[in-house]
Design a protein around this ligand. Structure first.
Ligand code: NAP
Length: 257
């Protein structure tokens, strides 16, 4: 499966841990050339073995994507290293913190929106010319797969209104990009994870985790390895060349929109 991903040049933002790391590893296993990305200056220990094993076929890029200029530099650095970009996985993001409406301020709002909306918007923006060039060179559709969230559909947990809205923003933005770039044969899809075991949930105690598990028909959180194949499916022209503008929910039945 996913045989056509062999040799495809894929940048995965936020791939030093969690969902992004699993996506990058599954892509590597399928033979893709993968850009790992995180926001620490040096490649973290979590991916040292991946980089060593991949050799020339993977590289680490550091960028704080809350700043537009860094989104540009990241895309340009990836293209300089791999000679082009066929698929962008725009996954970097996070909760930042929990704030009820009455204690929200501009600084918190900016932090959450910069991390989840600006980062995806600007990374995608700077990727577009390269994705267009990829289509012309390869004859296959190119793809942007963004990480949305169940929160973008149902509003999120306590104190996460801005985060949930940033993901809903992303769900809507990609549908707009479909209208703008389908003529260029660039596809846009979102994977919307439910509750997945990653550092994202480090702020929760066991009782809270158990309560959330009780709201999931499958009775448990998902694993990153259970989410990653959805991204490969949407990256593969052979598997999803006629699919664009969709939100693929991977959530154990937690919400059925
Ligand atoms: P994670 O393990 O904390 O991964 C977050 C990734 O984003 C890391 O690679 C991190 O890199 C990167 N990142 C953080 N701040 C950044 C910044 N300023 N600039 C660039 N990169 C930055 O958590 P995760 O759960 O896998 O999250 C991945 C995505 O899934 C996020 O968009 C999140 O909102 C979404 N999501 C998660 C769940 C869930 O249940 N886990 C559910 C729905 C959606 P560094 O380590 O270098 O900081």
């Amino acid at each position: 499966m996913f045989k056509d991903l062999k040799g495809r040049r894929v940048l995965v933002t936020g791939s030093t841990s969690g969902i992004g790391l699993a996506v990058a590893r599954h892509l590597r296993a399928a033979g893709a050339l993968v850009g790992f990305h995180g926001h620490t200056a040096e490649a973290p220990e979590t991916i040292a073995a991946d980089l060593a094993e991949a050799g020339e076929n993977a590289a680490f890029f550091s960028a704080d994507l809350t700043r537009t200029e860094n989104c540009r530099t990241l895309v340009e650095s990836f293209v300089a290293r791999f000679g082009g970009l066929d698929v962008l996985v725009s996954n970097a993001g996070g909760l930042v913190g929990r704030r009820g409406l009455e204690v929200l301020d501009d600084e918190f709002y900016d932090k959450v929106m910069d991390l989840n909306a600006r980062s995806a918007l600007m990374t995608t923006r700077f990727a577009i010319p390269h994705l267009r060039a990829s289509v012309q060179a390869t004859g296959q559709t190119s793809a942007v797969i963004s990480t949305g969230s169940i929160a973008g559909r149902e509003g999120g947990g306590p104190g996460s209104s801005v985060y949930a809205a940033s993901k809903a923003w992303l769900h809507a933005a990609q549908r707009n990009w479909v209208k703008e770039f389908t003529k260029d044969r660039i596809r846009f899809n979102v994977v919307a994870p439910g509750s997945i075991v990653t550092a994202f949930h480090d702020d929760k105690d066991q009782a809270t985790l158990d309560r959330i598990s009780g709201t999931i028909p499958m009775g448990r959180f998902g694993t990153t390895d259970e989410v990653a194949p959805a991204y490969l499916f949407l990256a593969s022209h052979a598997c999803s060349g006629y699919i664009t503008g969709q939100i693929l929910d991977v959530n154990g039945g937690q919400i059925c929109p």
